[in-house]
Design a protein around this ligand. Structure first.
Ligand SMILES: C[S@@+](CC[C@H](N)C(=O)[O-])C[C@H]1O[C@@H](n2cnc3c(N)ncnc32)[C@H](O)[C@@H]1O
Length: 284
C-alpha cells in the first residue's frame, strides 16, 4: 500500500450519504412514461367523447331490436315451452324482459363451464358445443336464440343443422352476430387475436370481459347466413343488417370520421357483403 497524504485520508474517512444510482435511473425512466401514459389516456378520453357526440350507434339499436324480437316472441309461447339461449355465457340479455310467472323455461347452453357458472338469469345450464351436439332430442325445443355467438363457432354450417334438429316444426330461431367483412372483424382476423384484443381492451376498457373469445366469423355475413340456414331446413329466413361499426374507432377522432364516411358509403351503395352486424330470424 502507498503512502496516503493526511487530507486524502481525512476525505476517505468522511461518510457521504449513500446514493443509489440505479433507483435514480429507474425513477428517471418511470416518471416520463407515467406522464405519457396519462397524456395518452386523456387524449383517448377526449377523442372518445368527441366521437360519441357524432355517432348514431345504429349497432346498439340493432342489439335492442334483437332483445325486443326475442321478448315479443316469448310472449307468444304457451306456458311450459322451452327456450334455448345458445352460447348463453354469463348473462341472458332479454331475461329482464320476461314477465314473472310466464312459465317459459329458459336454458343456456355454452361451450364454457366457467361462463355458465356465472349465469344466474336462466332456469338451467348445459355445457355443449353447438357445432357438435346440443343436449336435446329432435324437435324438443320451442325457440332458440343466440347473441354474439356464431362468430366464435368454427363450423357454423354444422351448428345450423344441429339447431334445426332440436327445434320443433314452426319454432322460431333468432341470431345476432357481427360480420366477417366488418372493419373490426378484418382487423381481428388479420392480426394475432391476443394482440388485437389487448389493443382494444386498452382503447375501450368496457370491451374487457366482452371481447375475449377466439373469433372465426365462419359464414358470418348476410348472404352466407341466409344460405346455410335455408340449407339446414329453416324457412321464412329474414335478415336485417347495419353497417354501423365506428364505435370501435372512437379513440381517434380522425379514424372515427373516416369509418363513419365508409359506413355511410356502404349504406348508400347497399353493399350487404360489408355489413357489420346482422339479425337472422328463421322458422323451422
Ligand atoms: C361474446 S360471448 C356472448 C355471451 C352471451 N350470448 C351474451 O350475449 O352476453 C360468446 C359466448 O359463446 C360461447 N361459445 C363459443 N363457441 C361456442 C360453441 N361452439 N358452442 C357453444 N357456445 C360457444 C362462449 O363460451 C361465450 O360464452
Amino acid at each position: 500500500m502507498g503512502l496516503v497524504p493526511a487530507r486524502a485520508r481525512a476525505l476517505a474517512a468522511t461518510r457521504f450519504p449513500r446514493i443509489d444510482c440505479r433507483s435514480i435511473g429507474r425513477r428517471a425512466l418511470q416518471r416520463p412514461s407515467r406522464t405519457q401514459a396519462s397524456l395518452i389516456q386523456r387524449f383517448i378520453a377526449a377523442n372518445s367523447r368527441l366521437s360519441a357526440k357524432f355517432d348514431a350507434r345504429k349497432d346498439v339499436a340493432l342489439y335492442h331490436r334483437y332483445d325486443r324480437y326475442v321478448a315479443d316472441a316469448i310472449d307468444t309461447l304457451p306456458p311450459g315451452s322451452t327456450l334455448v339461449d345458445v352460447g348463453g355465457g354469463r348473462t341472458c340479455s332479454f331475461a329482464s324482459e320476461l314477465a314473472p310467472g310466464r312459465g317459459v323455461r329458459v336454458v343456456a347452453v355454452d361451450i364454457s363451464p366457467e361462463e355458465l357458472a356465472a349465469n344466474t338469469s336462466v332456469d338451467a345450464t348445459y355445457v355443449a358445443d353447438v357445432a357438435e351436439k346440443l343436449p336435446f332430442a329432435e324437435a324438443e325445443i320451442d325457440m332458440l336464440v343466440s347473441r354474439t355467438v356464431l362468430e366464435h363457432v368454427k363450423d357454423v354450417e354444422r351448428a345450423a343443422y344441429e339447431m334445426s334438429r332440436v327445434l320443433r316444426p314452426g319454432g322460431l330461431s333468432i341470431h345476432l352476430f357481427p360480420c366477417r367483412y366488418a372493419l373490426f372483424a378484418i382487423v381481428a382476423r388479420v392480426l394475432p387475436f391476443w394482440f388485437a384484443k389487448g389493443v382494444l381492451h386498452r382503447l375501450i376498457p368496457e370491451s374487457r370481459g366482452v371481447v375475449e373469445f377466439d373469433v372465426y366469423y365462419d359464414h358470418c355475413h348476410p348472404a352466407a347466413a341466409e344460405r346455410i340456414f335455408r340449407e339446414a331446413g329453416f324457412v321464412r329466413v329474414e335478415v336485417e343488417h347495419t353497417w354501423d361499426q365506428a364505435a370501435y374507432f372512437h379513440a381517434f377522432f380522425p379514424a372515427f370520421l373516416l369509418v363513419l364516411a365508409y359506413q355511410r358509403l356502404c349504406g348508400l351503395l347497399q353493399i350487404r357483403l360489408l355489413a357489420s352486424y346482422v339479425i337472422v330470424r328463421v322458422h323451422r
